[in-house]
Design a protein around this ligand. Structure first.
Ligand SMILES: [Zn+2]
Length: 376
């Protein structure tokens, strides 16, 4: 993490001297010297011209080596595969998207497709794939990041698939695999180590409800990498039966399906967008369903705030991303539901990176892993 911090400081203040870095990073000159040495040796940072700094002294300036730091980010979902080449600024240099239908969505063919697409993308940009820092993958389900195994992904119908090692064998590059929401939160949480917003919780509402926590640039995983699975937190022990077999889980209140099930008691409604349109056209029952969902989103935010005391909460998911009014509605409810000591302690926002967040976050995870693993 110190390497990442120093690298980001160089990026932000380029060109910058070691002495300035030491001040900015609040690290000793010795520590900075060692980390900068590693970064230069790894070909990520270079010494540039000398500039005068203060009276009669010249300092060697440091700069990022252009295109030296490229990571690949991959998003795998039930029907779509997205691959992007991402630089240190978190900008996507090149990207490609494929539709996934069986058998392409099976592990072996999918690993082949990713490897092939990455080679093509790198070639299109005149970059050497072998120089990439690594490949990060975000996909839905429970992931064992340490072993690179997809433990279970209901969306893809996978269980116990050692997908990261499989792809690593094909590419000869380090591959890191994580849950899509976790890397999304990492992508959204700003510049990893330096972000002002350094305790971020992302809450996603769609086919399920989940959250992910990023603390000071690192994903908080819990003991089994399933921290943040709030969809099955109990709201009401006498509530509706959930697919997990328990009653009154949070996801029986605010998923798209939960809203549509209620709506269909009145009339056939195919999507949450249709429900939203019905609310806009003055249907009071549609208003009630959405209003209740917003109430439970506000309750969820209060519970998250009480648990983690974050400085930033991002709420995302198709329904929220495509209907900005929902966020205002939730904000209105917060006045009623946030416990007083937490009022004004956090910022509530929508996703800033939209549908690129997983790719960018996955690439960032690959970079973090690379810097943590040394610069050989
Ligand atoms: Zn449940």
């Amino acid at each position: 993490m110190n390497r990442l911090l120093v690298l980001e400081l160089i990026r932000k203040h380029r060109p910058v001297s070691r002495a300035e870095l030491s001040k900015l990073a609040k690290m000793s000159a010795t520590a900075i010297g060692r980390i900068v040495g590693d970064l230069i040796e790894g070909g990520l940072v270079q010494e540039t011209d000398q500039f005068s700094s203060g009276v009669g002294r010249k300092a060697t300036m440091l700069d990022i080596v252009n295109h030296s730091i490229i990571s690949a980010g991959v998003e795998i979902d039930r029907n779509v595969l997205k691959i992007g080449l991402v630089d240190l600024d978190g900008s996507i240099l090149a990207q490609v998207q494929h539709s996934l239908t069986p058998p392409a969505s099976q592990p072996e063919p999918l690993a082949g497709l990713i490897a092939e697409s990455l080679s093509e993308l790198a070639e299109s940009k005149g970059l050497a794939l072998s120089k990439f820092t690594g490949v990060g993958i975000g996909m839905p389900g429970v992931m064992d990041t340490a072993s690179g195994k997809a433990v279970v992904s209901a969306q893809l119908g996978w269980s116990d698939v050692p997908f990261a090692p499989m792809l690593q064998d094909k590419l000869g590059l380090p591959v890191v695999l994580d849950n899509d929401l976790k890397v999304k939160a990492l992508g959204e949480s700003g510049t990893a180590a330096l972000s002002e917003e350094n305790k971020t919780v992302l809450i996603s509402i769609g086919s399920g409800v989940g959250s992910a926590i990023v603390i000071e640039g690192k994903i908080y995983r819990g003991a089994n990498n399933i921290a943040g699975e709030i969809g099955h937190s109990t709201i009401d022990p006498n509530g509706k039966l959930c697919e997990c077999g328990k009653r009154g889980c949070l996801q029986t209140y605010i998923t798209d399906l939960a809203m549509l099930q209620e709506a269909n008691q009145i009339k056939p409604v195919a999507s949450v967008d249709e429900l939203f349109a019905l609310m806009k056209s003055g249907e009071s029952w549609a208003y009630n369903i959405i209003d209740r969902a917003c109430t439970y989103i506000a309750i969820t935010i209060n519970n998250v705030v009480c648990t983690y005391n974050p400085d930033t909460i991002i709420i995302t998911g198709h329904f929220i991303d495509s209907h900005p009014d929902i966020l205002d509605k939730v904000r209105g409810k917060l006045k009623e539901f946030i416990w007083e000591p937490f009022v004004g302690t956090f910022k509530l926002t929508r996703s800033q990176l939209g549908d690129q967040a997983v790719v960018i976050g996955a690439a960032k995870l690959a970079l973090q892993q690379y810097l943590g693993n040394g610069l050989q």
